[in-house]
Design a protein around this ligand. Structure first.
Ligand code: HEC
Ligand code: HEC
Length: 356
């Protein structure tokens, strides 16, 4: 609107005509905005989730922006030697983790230290990565692009490559009106538009808690939900299944290889603490934990029941009355396993819009 007003011819003494011109321009510009609105994508905001933390009004998702973001997500051009795309480590049919990989596998065949995280429900988070090392969703790709064992590229070079590309300049122009050249900011915004759409909240559990017509869980599944609420939900809290805090759940007792939150905060009490991960789609996002050391959900439950390792920063919830871990009977484990399966969101992992 402002740019249109600036372009208005201002002829003194010809106010009536100017006003008429202004009116027509306003009308046509409103019309244009309406059309743009129609091109906007609605981000699914489930009623059982809190308000998002990401301000979608600052970067509204449009069809063109989302499609550009998707193209970038699946394009290895973002890596140094054009061999690795975001989508190589974050695979849609497994809720965007890297199946069969304990830790991620990036450029030059190098392995990282950490297990890839799912890319889902990001707009409700306020920090990212296992240690919360990234505080803004828009900045996530910079971390992956520059990481020496992931894409090992300089974002300035990525922008130069995109500007030389036969298609990207036109796609950026379509997604961000008036933008003739590709800029780093717009690249990040497009990737965020794609990632903002990756909302997973259509599991059988969701239908159940939202009282939708098909929202039925079996007696065993409900039993599992009860056990979960008693024994797991203090950390895997709310319908996001995480309290977003950093905790040590006793996977290791020595954190020399990866100190977790401590690497960001430098506080001694943060050694070995990792962000409590969401358990959405957990049945299909194995292997588990920051180091991918646990292969199955059965083994995860064994870990909590009898494998918790003590260390100075172990979460007090896992060491009550001097006893390590969470007591779980065989029946409780069975019910929990059945319940955790209800968190798989088939609509999300099968959504064609999210594929390459
Ligand atoms: C080589 C594999 C690899 C590549 C390539 C890769 N990632 Fe990741 N991604 C990971 C790993 C591993 C983590 C966890 C890192 C950590 O916690 O330190 C992660 C974490 C993330 C997260 C954090 C999710 C959360 O809940 O905190 C997002 C989002 C993400 N990546 C998006 C991207 C995007 C966008 C790209 C491309 C620009 C990309 N990734 C490229 C492996 C990869
Ligand atoms: C004291 C807090 C706490 C409690 C209680 C807790 N968890 Fe966790 N959980 C965590 C943390 C922290 C991690 C990540 C640890 C890591 O990777 O080092 C985690 C990881 C997991 C993972 C791996 C997820 C992934 O994507 O890698 C599963 C599955 C899991 N927990 C299930 C459960 C279940 C089931 C219960 C109840 C029996 C439970 N948790 C109780 C804190 C907790």
């Amino acid at each position: 609107m402002q740019s249109i007003l600036k372009k208005l011819p201002v002829h003194s003494g010809n106010t009536a005509i100017s006003m008429a011109v202004l009116f027509v321009l306003l009308l046509s510009s409103c019309k244009k905005d309406d059309t743009d609105d129609a091109q906007q994508y609605k981000v699914f905001l489930p009623s059982n989730f809190p308000a998002p933390t990401y301000d979608l009004t600052q970067n509204p998702v449009t069809k063109a922006g989302f499609e550009l973001g998707r193209k970038l997500f699946y394009d290895p051009i973002l890596s140094r030697d054009s061999t690795i795309a975001c989508g190589d480590c974050h695979i849609s049919f497994s809720a965007f983790i890297h199946p069969d990989h304990t830790t991620s596998h990036g450029i030059d065949g190098l392995f990282g230290r950490r297990n890839a995280l799912p890319v889902q429900n990001l707009i409700w988070q306020s920090s990212y990565f296992w240690d919360g090392g990234v505080g803004q969703m828009d900045l996530i790709p910079l971390n992956a692009i520059t990481n020496a064992v992931e894409m090992d590229e300089d974002p300035v070079r990525v922008v130069a490559k995109l500007n030389r590309h036969p298609q990207y300049p036109a796609l950026f122009k379509a997604a961000f009106a008036g933008q003739d050249t590709v800029s780093g900011t717009k690249m990040l915004q497009a990737l965020s538009q794609f990632m903002a759409m990756l909302v997973s909240a259509n599991s059988r559990y969701d239908h159940y808690v939202r009282h939708e017509p098909d929202g039925i869980l079996s007696a065993l599944e409900i039993n599992g939900l009860d056990v979960f609420q008693q024994k797991c939900a203090s950390c895997h809290a709310t319908d996001l299944f995480t309290d977003m805090r950093y905790r040590n759940n006793g996977i290791l007792s020595d954190f020399t290889l990866d100190q977790g939150r401590h690497e960001v905060s430098t506080l001694p009490e943060d050694i070995g603490k990792f962000r409590v991960p969401s358990l959405r789609n957990v049945a299909i996002t194995g292997p588990y934990m920051h180091n991918g050391k646990i292969k199955t959900l059965e083994s995860v439950l064994e870990h909590y029941a009898s494998g918790v390792k003590d260390s100075p920063t172990l979460d007090p919830l896992l060491k009550q009355n001097g006893q390590l871990g969470i007591p779980l009977t065989t029946e409780e484990k069975q019910a929990l396993l059945v319940f955790l399966q209800t968190l798989t969101d088939q609509t999300f992992i099968q959504d064609e819009r999210f594929r390459q």
